[in-house]
Design a binder for this molecule. Structure first.
Ligand code: PXG
Length: 410
């Protein structure tokens, strides 16, 4: 029965019942906002009490197309009824078209499909190491990969091995060697850190989990040039920033940089499937031979059909241009808020961070208040609210969100 109480005031039974089951039976590796979502359409979701919320997080960029995009649902259902999985032991008739379409879109020679973002990052690291040994001529087991302070690339043992966030590492050692941290946004520091055994530089064009950190203008271009000059692979993790989120197809496009290795995930699955991919030149991805690497589900026909339709919608509907113009307007309004508790509004396209002043207290408290107002978003790092709505969001819905943000932040 729908609650008569307001959102958040209620702590109503159906919500409590679900959260109780989670608390009783799920590992506690998350601390979600207390809302139990049961339906979603476009930028809006509904909880088990019948309350509606505007989704201003989009599963951290995985829902660029919004919830239940009709064409992507149609592709999903049609393919699920036709052929869902073959493994890579055999070919399937969706994989070839997927490879052709995504390599063309990204301007790269080859693609290697995986499922989650972390798997694609691992794949990129393996490619860089093997390229280092077999092509660049680095001695066996000596390859070094440079990564950035404040990075987030996923949760595997190897990936947390080079995180500088203590919580991501605490208790999970021993760690994988072969990585070196350099300051984010500092091209000179990158150049100074390169040694004879450096094979790659892995970077987020905008740090998402690090707090929506936009590097200084020209950084990506300079970093890519430094890498080229030193024969080091420039590897862009665009899992969160890619596929139109920042107002260009890829965030590296803002500086006309074509990465040597491009890592995609999240939105590639159309909000429906875990689909990730590594794209690179023939010289780099060509190092893999049959048996070197793989995944049961990577390149499956259901994933390929969904990703193909998602990419089609992305281009046809000009979602990058939409993110650019909606994001610019929204950020301008947020900056004009002149709230005493807002330190900075930053981002690109529809990837926006609102950094609060220290005296405001944790950003999570504001995410909770916004939830009570009917708007879902999430904190990232202690002091930053992350705003990343579906790219299909209506301008009127953004106006609606602005009113809630103004009320809560003033
Ligand atoms: N690279 C970047 C830049 C990311 O933001 C990953 C890699 C890993 O993707 P997978 O699909 O393995 O999660 C991310 C993920 C979470 C969480 O719940 C993850 C992300 C953002 C917010 C929360 O672990 N980004």
């Amino acid at each position: 029965m729908p609650s008569t109480e307001g959102r958040g005031a209620g702590t109503v039974s159906e919500t409590q019942r679900h959260i109780g089951m989670v608390d009783a039976h799920s590992a506690r590796n998350y601390a979600p906002l207390p809302v139990v979502i049961s339906h979603g359409r476009g930028a809006w979701v509904e909880d088990v009490e019948g309350h509606r919320y505007l989704d201003m997080l989009s599963a951290y960029s995985a829902l660029n197309f919004g919830h239940g995009h009709p064409e992507i649902v149609a592709a999903f259902v049609q393919q699920a009824e036709t052929l869902s999985l073959t493994s890579r032991a055999f070919h399937n008739d969706q994989f070839g078209p997927f490879c052709e379409e995504i390599t063309k879109l990204a301007g790269q020679d080859l693609v290697l499909p995986m499922n989650t973002g972390a798997e694609a990052v691992e794949t990129a690291l393996k490619a860089a190491r093997k390229w280092g040994e077999k092509v660049k001529g680095v001695p066996a087991n000596q390859a070094e990969i440079l990564v950035c302070e404040g990075n987030f690339h996923g949760r595997t043992i190897t990936i947390v091995s080079f995180s500088d966030d203590p919580q991501y590492r605490d208790g999970f050692g021993p760690f994988t060697p072969g990585f070196k941290l350099v300051p984010y946004g500092d091209a000179a520091a990158l150049e100074a850190a390169i040694g004879p055994n450096t094979v790659g530089f892995l970077v987020e064009p905008i740090q998402g989990e690090g707090g929506i950190v936009v590097p200084p203008a020209g950084y990506l271009k300079r970093a890519a040039e430094i890498c080229r000059r030193n024969r080091v692979l420039f590897m862009a993790d665009e899992i969160q920033t890619g596929l139109a989120r920042t107002g260009r197809m890829f965030a590296c496009d803002h500086e006309d940089v074509k990465p040597d290795v491009l890592v995609l995930g999240k939105a590639l699955g159309g909000g429906m499937m875990p689909v990730s991919a590594v794209l690179a030149s023939r010289e780099v991805l060509g190092v893999f031979e049959p048996g070197d690497h793989g995944s049961t589900f990577g390149g499956n026909p259901l994933a390929c059909a969904v990703a193909r339709r998602a990419l089609h919608v992305l281009v046809r509907d000009g979602l990058a241009e939409r993110a650019a113009s909606l994001g610019e307007q929204f950020m301008a309004k947020l900056r004009a808020l002149n709230s005493p508790i807002v330190k900075e509004v930053r981002g690109r396209g529809l990837l926006i961070g609102i950094e609060l002043v220290p005296s405001a207290g944790p950003a999570k408290a504001y995410a909770k208040k916004l939830k009570d107002e009917g708007m879902l978003c999430k904190d990232t790092v202690e002091s930053v609210l992350r705003i990343a709505p579906p790219l299909v969001i209506e301008p009127a819905d953004l106006d609606w969100a602005y009113e809630r943000l103004a009320r809560v932040l003033r």
